[in-house]
Design a protein around this ligand. Structure first.
Ligand SMILES: Nc1ncnc2c1ncn2[C@@H]1O[C@H](COP(=O)(O)OP(=O)(O)OP(=O)(O)O)[C@@H](O)[C@H]1O
Ligand SMILES: [Mg+2]
Length: 258
């Protein structure tokens, strides 16, 4: 069952040794993701995308604001929220299947049960024959599939993805985008997906939130009402892409909504 995610008035300030004594990453971020919706965040490097996902996942403290799931504040390290990290963050000393099952192990699921569930994900993710390989023996695309499988096997209802395809070549990236859409269509998770890549955001998302440079704010929201599978270079995709790129390159003064 997918949940509604509401990021409400999130402020984040880091203490710093700069003359001001503080770095304000966000002054105020508000963003709502409907149940089962796929929302992407794009924004310049260093604007705070990873910080925002880590705050939503409960891995990073916020200065103020609230994270709501179906209208109630999320719990600390809420199990209903899963995160796929910017680097794969796999454990090099564990095989693929043992990386996939680690969350279930931490939850205390008995070995046989968690192994059979993890093997199901090995099959769904096209990793047959690689279950017993170590991360260094896997390609980038395979490592990324292991990382996504590891998050999804724990059955979260909100999935946060931090540039999951950022380090892949464009063909592998395109294939994994389609793969992710197939999995999402079946699971109907609520997804908050961070990317640098505007093409990727337009191809995947129902909505796109554009962040301004630090202190970041949501400076534009775009609805992508295109049928899937999408034409990556169709006129409507091109139009949305152009508007987002213009917004990203514009000096930021006040929020704009489309
Ligand atoms: N622990 C910390 N202490 C102080 N400042 C921090 C800390 N962690 C992150 N920052 C600062 O917060 C800002 C946001 O960082 P973050 O990694 O969230 O950006 P990002 O948008 O994910 O960047 P990228 O696109 O390069 O991944 C950066 O300016 C960074 O220097
Ligand atoms: Mg980041």
């Amino acid at each position: 069952m997918a949940l509604h995610l509401e990021i409400e008035a999130i402020q984040k300030v880091y203490p710093s040794e700069s003359p001001e004594g503080r770095v304000e990453v966000f002054h105020r971020i508000d963003l709502s993701v409907d149940p089962g919706q796929f929302v992407s965040i794009v924004g310049p490097s260093g604007c705070g995308k990873t910080t925002l996902l880590r705050i939503v996942a409960g891995l990073e403290a916020r200065t103020s604001g609230r994270i709501l799931l179906d209208g109630r504040e999320s719990e600390e390290r809420d199990r209903r929220i899963g995160m796929v990290f910017q680097d794969y963050a796999l454990f090099p000393w564990r095989t693929a299947v043992r990386n996939i099952e680690i969350g279930l192990e931490i939850q205390g699921m008995p070995q046989q049960k968690r192994r059979s569930l993890a093997m199901k994900y090995v099959r769904v993710f096209g990793l047959e024959g690689f279950a017993d390989k170590y991360p260094k023996e896997l390609s980038g695309g395979m490592k990324q599939r292991v990382a996504i499988a590891r998050t999804l096997v724990a059955n979260p209802e909100v999935v946060l993805m931090d540039e999951p395809f950022g380090s892949l070549d464009s063909q592998t990236r395109n294939r994994l985008q389609d793969f992710l859409l197939r999995i999402w269509r079946e699971r109907k998770d609520t997804i908050l997906f961070v990317t640098h890549n505007v093409d990727e955001a337009v191809y995947l998302s129902d909505r796109i939130a554009v962040l301004s440079p630090r202190p970041a704010a949501v400076c534009g929201i775009f609805d992508v009402a295109l049928e899937r599978p999408r034409d990556r270079t169709g006129p409507e995709a091109n139009r949305i892409r152009k508007e987002i790129l213009e917004l990203l390159h514009r000096p930021h003064t006040s929020p704009v909504t489309f």
